[in-house]
Design a protein around this ligand. Structure first.
Ligand code: KMT
Ligand code: NI
Length: 177
């Protein structure tokens, strides 16, 4: 079951996979206020229904761990660094965890990091344009997740440090104002 809290902002490049729980919990209602939706999805039928309702035609399954990179530590670390770099996408990001666990960090309206720890049966929908980042957990260092897509599977990140504000980003900012 999902666990949501404010990040303590004390992460370093060595320990960002640790929990970094500030001790201040965040409700699912608060997540919804920034357009982030959580669902506990028990069965594949239920997932299929959500995909159908939201017109998601495509999906794939990603497995992330060192093994997935043939134990190439440099390649693994490079991917982890990419996911943990603050970014947004032009499309919704839907992830449904089927094994392992992971942390999704999202910015709240005051630009504070909220951390959601996802375990099996947790589904998270991040709206297009929201700044976020991802990491595996220090305990498991493994996740298997279904990624849902409206059209062709695509993953394009716009990093915050580029300062690029696309339509998706300005529409998102307006939507939570
Ligand atoms: C993202 O955009 O941050 C991701 O796709 C994270 C990896 S999905 C388990
Ligand atoms: Ni992303």
């Amino acid at each position: 079951m999902v666990e949501v809290y404010y990040h303590d902002n004390k992460d370093t490049p060595e320990d960002f996979t640790k929990a970094h729980n500030s001790g201040e919990p965040v409700s699912l209602e608060k997540l919804a206020e920034i357009g982030v939706f959580y669902r506990n999805v028990k069965t594949l039928d239920e997932l299929n229904q959500i995909a159908k309702d939201r017109d998601y035609k495509n999906r794939d399954v990603v497995n992330l761990d060192l093994d997935a990179f043939n134990n190439d530590l440099d390649a693994y670390n490079a991917k982890m660094a990419q996911f943990y770099k603050e970014h947004y996408h032009e499309d919704e990001e839907i992830r449904y965890v089927t094994a392992g666990e992971g942390y999704f960090d999202v910015r709240d309206k005051q630009d504070r990091w909220i951390r959601a720890k996802l375990s099996p049966h947790d589904l998270l929908i991040l709206p297009a344009g929201i700044y976020h980042r991802f990491t595996l957990t220090d305990e498991l260092k493994q996740v298997t997740a279904v990624r849902l897509f409206k059209d062709e599977p695509k993953w394009e990140a716009i990093n915050r440090d580029t300062g690029k504000v696309s339509n998706a980003r300005s529409e998102y900012v307006q939507s939570i104002a």
